[in-house]
Design a binder for this molecule. Structure first.
Ligand code: Q9C
Ligand code: ZN
Length: 340
C-alpha cells in the first residue's frame, strides 16, 4: 500500500490550546506525527511517497472561495491588527450567519469557525496544502484500483465548506471523495471511524446522493462536536438516506463498536460504491486523552480486515488520535488488517 507523506505538516504548529479551562500544549501538533511514524515503522511500513503537487482546484465543490481566502490571509490580518500568538477565534455567529463576515479579523475568524480549538499560524497554509496533496495522492492510487494511505496532519473531518473546527481546517476526506467523483466515479462512500462525529464531511455532502457518509462516534449529548451526529440526521433532499449516524455511549467497548461498524459496512455494500474513503481517526483507543471509547490495540487490525471485505479500492485519510504511542500502532494496525 502506498503511503503519502511529507514533512510539510511541520508548518502547522499552533502554540497553545485552551482545554477544559486550562492553557495546554495543543493535542494536535507535530509530536503526533512522530508517534504515528514510529508506529508505522514498528509495523514494518518503510516506503513513504511524496504527494503530487497541490492543485487548488481540488477544493472546488468542497470549500467556498471566501473561506479559502480567509484561511490564506487570516494570520497576516491578525498580525496587522496587532494581535498576539496564532489566529484563535472566540466569537461565533449564533444562527443564522449573515451573508458576509465582519471586517474585523477577530470577528471574521469566528464567522468561519465553530469551536475555539482551531488555530491558524503564519505557515499553516503550507501544511494544509500538503494534507490535500496527500489526499490527492491516494486518489491517484485508488483510481488505479489500489488502496493507499494519506499519513497527514492536521486532520480534516470537522471542517465544513466554510468553517474550521476541532483542529480541522481543510476536509481531506471530502477532498478525496470529490476528486474520485471528478475522475468519473459515480458513487463514493465515506466511512468515518474517528471517535468524534465527522460533522464537516456530513455537512458538505448532506444534500447529495453520490456520496454516502457513515460515522461511528461518541453520542452528541456527551461528546464533541456536540451539535451534530444524532441518529435522526439522515441527509436532506435527494441526499435523504445517504447520511448514516451511529452515535455510541461513552465507554463503548469493541464488540458494540464493531456491531455498529458491521451495520455501516452492510449499508455501504448496498450502496454499491466505486470506491471507499475511510476517515481514519484512532482516538477510539482506550487511553486516548480526549475521547471515551475503549478499543484495544488488537481491535484495529481486526476491523481493518472487516473493512477489506467490502473489496473496494480504499483511500485511508488520517484524522484524530492523540497523546499516546499506540496511535502509531493502531493506525498501522488498521492498514495491516486491511491488507492481509
Ligand atoms: N480544547 C479530531 O479528532 N476538543 N478532532 C475541543 C477544546 C475538540 C478532535 C476541546 C476535539 C477535536 C479530528
Ligand atoms: Zn477525533
Amino acid at each position: 500500500m502506498k503511503i503519502y507523506y511529507t514533512d510539510d505538516h511541520l508548518a502547522h504548529h499552533p502554540k497553545a490550546e485552551v482545554h477544559r479551562g486550562k492553557m495546554v500544549t495543543p493535542h494536535e501538533g507535530p509530536h503526533r506525527m512522530d508517534l504515528l511514524m514510529a508506529g508505522m515503522k514498528r509495523a514494518g511500513f518503510t516506503d513513504f511517497t511524496e504527494p503530487p503537487a497541490f492543485d487548488i482546484t481540488c477544493l472546488d465543490g468542497v470549500h467556498t472561495p471566501d473561506y479559502i481566502h480567509f484561511v490564506q490571509t487570516a494570520w497576516a490580518r491578525w498580525k496587522d491588527a496587532g494581535y498576539a500568538g496564532d489566529v484563535l477565534p472566540m466569537s461565533f455567529p449564533y444562527n443564522p450567519r449573515r451573508a458576509k463576515p465582519p471586517i474585523e479579523i477577530d470577528g471574521a475568524a469566528g464567522y468561519f469557525c465553530s469551536s475555539a480549538d482551531t488555530m491558524i499560524t503564519e505557515t499553516s497554509w503550507t501544511a494544509l496544502a500538503s494534507t490535500a496533496a496527500c489526499a490527492l495522492g491516494t486518489v491517484e492510487s485508488v483510481a488505479k484500483g489500489e488502496s493507499a494511505f494519506a499519513l497527514i496532519r492536521p486532520p480534516g473531518h470537522h471542517a465544513g465548506a466554510d468553517y474550521m473546527s476541532g483542529y480541522c481546517i481543510l476536509n481531506n476526506a471530502a477532498i478525496a471523495a470529490q476528486a474520485l467523483l471528478n475522475k468519473g466515479m459515480d458513487r463514493v462512500a465515506i466511512l468515518d471511524v474517528d471517535s468524534h462525529h465527522g460533522n464537516g464531511t456530513q455537512d458538505i455532502f448532506y444534500a447529495r446522493d453520490d456520496v454516502l457518509f457513515a460515522s461511528l462516534h461518541g453520542e452528541p449529548d456527551h461528546h464533541f462536536p456536540y451539535f451534530w451526529g444524532h441518529k435522526d440526521e439522515k441527509g436532506a433532499g435527494k441526499g435523504d438516506g445517504y447520511t448514516l449516524n451511529y452515535p455510541l455511549p461513552a465507554g463503548t467497548h469493541y464488540p458494540a463498536w464493531r456491531n455498529a461498524l458491521l451495520d455501516a459496512i452492510a449499508k455501504i455494500r448496498n450502496f454499491k460504491p466505486d470506491a471507499l474513503v475511510v476517515s481514519l481517526g484512532v482516538d477510539t483507543f482506550e487511553r486516548d486523552p480526549i475521547s471515551s471509547f475503549k478499543l484495544k490495540v488488537e481491535d484495529y487490525p481486526a476491523y481493518g480486515a472487516d473493512i477489506a471485505k467490502l473489496g473496494l479500492p480504499t483511500s485511508f485519510i488520517m484524522e484524530g488520535g492523540y497523546g499516546v504511542p499506540e496511535i502509531g500502532d493502531n493506525a498501522a494496525g488498521v492498514l495491516k488488517g486491511f491488507s492481509e
